[in-house]
Design a protein. Sequence first.
Length: 349
Amino acid sequence: MKVKIAVNGYGTIGKRVADAILKQPDMELIGVAKAKPDYAALRAVSLGIPLYVPKDKLSMFQEKGITVAGTIEDMLSKADVVVDALPGGKGVSMKQLYDEYGVKQIYQGGEKASVAERSFSTLCNYEETLGANSLRVVSCNTTGLLRLLCTLRRLYTIESVRVTLIRRAADPKEVKKGPVNAIKLNPPKLPSHHGEDVKTVIGDIDIMTAAVAVPTTLMHVHQVNIRFSERASRDKIIDALTTTPRIIVVNTSLTGIQSTAELSEALRDTGRPRSDMPELAIFEESVTTQGKELMLFQAVHQESIVTPENIDAIRAVTRLAATSDETIRITDETLGLKKGLYFIAGGVG
Ligand code: NAD
């Protein structure tokens, strides 16, 4: 029997997670919830996905002629698991209701870590989270950092991590966010919260992060510096990065890609839905070792990188898959996720 999933919040993250659930052999999407009667609500209805809304918003949807399947409470009464994809900080206000309906809960990185039993990243702690009642999939930046760190931790002991995050100003659909013409210290006081967020999953790590926001909507870029306890081999690191699921390695001399714009364009050429890149992209030529140190650039597509982790988190709380390898196999196959070297002609190969 399939596990029944509700998605509360059908925005950037919610609609991607909902689409991904529809592709899983062991899950059933019983509905999505939205508070605004807009184009996304119309999309759900046109796809035949049952649309649920807050009680006090029912008439607003009905006045616009949008067919509604019921209230959020109706949706929860049918679900085994709810994926909360409400705007950051709003999920915690729903926790009591989710508990009342006895549904397991998956939250997003915009919530405080205390909202859930554990913060989650598939490559780092899947097995430790099996059967949890609630999990929080960490933010896009943290998910990207954790994919890298948990891959490298299998090779060497990490002594310290220092990262500068160059963050996108807004998602493409957002009209009110910035900066439009500035490099904004984000935040001015260091370190930024991203390092602390990494520690919510792998506590035992010396990490400090700094972040600036720049006027772009495509992706984040991280400049990562890592110190290991022993001399690092570039070949060994490249070998690990090209064989780990959900990491693609972009070779600039082969592809000509040396910016998020070109990477984004190459993704558009692949014909992927929404030109998404749920994989973490590492720029091969930037991977440099000197003694015990490693430095590199990586790119994170903020809108889609957490989609596979949400699917895995559902499998973790419901014990649908006993190991990270098992859930990664199903999730990555159904979503068409790649690993290895990125070739411009053949898309991600
Ligand atoms: P969003 O604003 O795009 O989507 C939020 C959705 O929730 C909208 O559809 C909105 O209509 C709906 N909503 C608002 N109030 C509601 C209510 N009371 N009941 C039902 N629906 C309601 O937000 P997002 O970017 O998808 O972010 C969701 C979460 O994911 C946040 O915690 C965020 O921090 C996190 N996250 C976002 C990104 C990103 O880049 N956008 C990346 C990783 C994680």
